[in-house]
Design a protein around this ligand. Structure first.
Ligand code: FDA
Ligand code: NAP
Length: 438
């Protein structure tokens, strides 16, 4: 036993679904009488939350309930969605409902239920501000990293954890068009419900939602329903919404085997994955909502009270405040011409960037290997390759689209991925002589 209490085999940075799934896989590994891996997790939110600002009342999951935190790795896990339903007393009703896709609200409840079993291992209200090299770095091999945690929100000050392995799972990063900043009237979809709740709706007559993906479609419908006196516009670069391909053959790209095909594939093969199947996830929306929005627009036309405006083949080029209004410069994709339009509120549903841990890794990033395009080199077990000087497992859950494929930021494979990471952690050994005992 070391003299330092804040030393761990594994420090998980972020506690969203990916690292929650890892916590479950670790728990099940430790419970099998194997040498236990001591883990702790750091989460900046005050409590477990999964894209809370997009928990719109009718929004549904874009994945089968069976692709939960554990089932694909361990079908008899106590943390499966079916276990949750059983405990909630809704298993029969769920089956009667005959729908593979629960609402996001129900899935959020499931995730929260699962997370509640791990509260002793998660520091909420705490943010990892940096991962640092150990003291005396540069003189011989380094076997651990220091993880700086700011818990001031919790009134706990800051502290340092020593980690033999880190698993970074900080999630997608909201993306705004270049040169456009958020403010009181200009939001990103990731902050939508919070902002909408605080908005003084009196006098809101013109709202615009930018983008043609699932977020944009859901927010457009919500604004249309919640602001019956407002004109609600969709600004989209395409001719109309395109459908998310979730048909069975295409869906196979999210199977666990597809990770191997992508990982071991040639550059040409990887390019084919993106070329043929990007429309399973990016810039696309579900069939149900596309048809529903069209139907609503058509019914309004029939009634002579049109309220939904589709400004297609248009990109937002610039935004500026004019009095209480937001002036938007739209550029036509068709003619390149620009026009200005004024709105009371503008919601950018312009997607997300993939997770990039470079900043978080600080000095340690210099010991991580990159490919010719400057991206991290990552092994099949989701570990960033490092120089021999750094003998620390730096694992990524997310940010591996270039090596592990399209599902990297999604839920599809988190159960299997977590299991693979646990196997890798176990194989690396967990002797924890991080520092000599004081
Ligand atoms: P996630 O972003 O969920 O969690 C990361 C966590 O890290 C957050 O809780 C964050 O607070 C924390 N964090 C970040 N930086 C930190 C730091 N420095 N210190 C401490 N904590 C930190 N996919 C899918 O397969 N099916 C679906 O139905 C959906 N639905 C969906 C809806 C919406 C609105 C969005 C935006 C995305 C989806 N997705 C999805 C994709 C989505 O990426 C996926 O569902 C999970 O959120 C991925 O889980 P992670 O834990 O990897 O990231
Ligand atoms: P997205 O799919 O990346 O879509 C972003 C959209 O914004 C694209 O249509 C993009 O067009 C457009 N855009 C970008 N810049 C623009 C500009 N300057 N002007 C006009 N349009 C612009 O993002 P998302 O809809 O947020 O989806 C992200 C992820 O979250 C997906 O995995 C999605 O499935 C998931 N999601 C799930 C749910 C759910 O489970 N119910 C709900 C919401 C989101 P270009 O591509 O041409 O730039």
């Amino acid at each position: 036993m070391s003299a330092y209490s804040d030393e761990y085999s594994v420090v998980g940075i972020g506690f969203g679904p990916s690292n929650l799934s890892l916590a479950i896989a670790l728990d099940e590994h430790n419970g099998k009488g194997k040498t236990p891996l001591a883990a702790t997790f750091v989460e900046q939110q005050a409590a477990f939350g999964w894209h809370r600002n997009m928990l719109l009342p009718t929004a549904k999951m874009q994945i089968s309930f069976l692709k939960d935190l554990a089932t694909f790795r361990n079908p008899v896990s106590q943390f499966s969605f079916i276990s949750y339903l059983h405990e909630a007393g809704r298993l029969a009703q769920f089956v009667n409902n005959q729908d593979f896709m629960p609402t996001r609200r129900e899935f959020h409840d499931y995730l929260t239920w699962a997370a509640s079993n791990f509260s002793d291992r998660v520091a909420y209200n705490s943010r990892v501000t940096a991962v640092q090299l150990p003291d005396g770095a540069g003189h011989g091999p380094m076997g651990h990293l220091k993880v700086k945690v700011d818990s001031t929100l919790e009134g706990g000050g800051s502290k340092e954890l020593l980690a033999k392995n880190v698993v970074i799972s900080t999630g997608l990063v909201p993306k705004m068009p270049p040169g456009i900043d958020r403010d009181e009237r200009v939001w990103h979809s990731s902050e939508f419900l919070g902002r909408f709740g605080e908005l003084d709706k009196t006098g809101v007559r013109r709202v615009a939602v930018v983008g043609a993906g699932q977020s944009a479609a859901e927010i457009l419908r919500y604004c249309y329903e919640q602001l019956p006196g407002a004109q609600v516009s969709a600004i989209m670069p395409s001719y109309g919404y395109s459908i998310a391909d979730d048909t069975p053959f295409a869906n196979q790209i999210f199977d666990a085997d597809a990770v191997d095909d992508y990982f071991h594939g040639t550059a040409r093969a990887r390019d084919s994955f993106w070329r043929y199947h990007r429309n399973t996830n990016y810039g696309v929306a579900d069939d149900e909502i596309i048809r529903d929005l069209y139907q609503r627009a058509y019914s309004d036309e029939v009634a002579g009270t049109p309220r939904l405006n589709f400004l297609n083949l248009s990109r937002v080029d610039a935004v500026k405040q004019v009095g209480d209004e937001v002036r938007v410069t739209l550029q036509s994709v068709r003619t390149d011409e620009t026009q200005d339009m004024d709105f009371d509120v503008l919601i950018f549903s312009t997607g997300y960037e993939s997770m990039d841990p470079t900043e978080l890794l600080g000095d340690a990033a210099a010991y991580c290997l990159r490919d010719e395009e400057g991206r991290f080199q990552i092994s099949r077990d989701y570990r960033i390759l490092t120089t021999d000087d750094l003998d620390v497992g730096i694992y990524l859950q997310g940010g591996t689209e270039h090596t592990h494929g399209l599902g990297s930021s999604l839920l599809s494979n988190i159960a299997i991925r977590s299991g693979e990471i646990v196997e890798s952690l176990a194989a690396r050994g967990q002797s924890m002589t991080l520092r000599p005992a004081a």
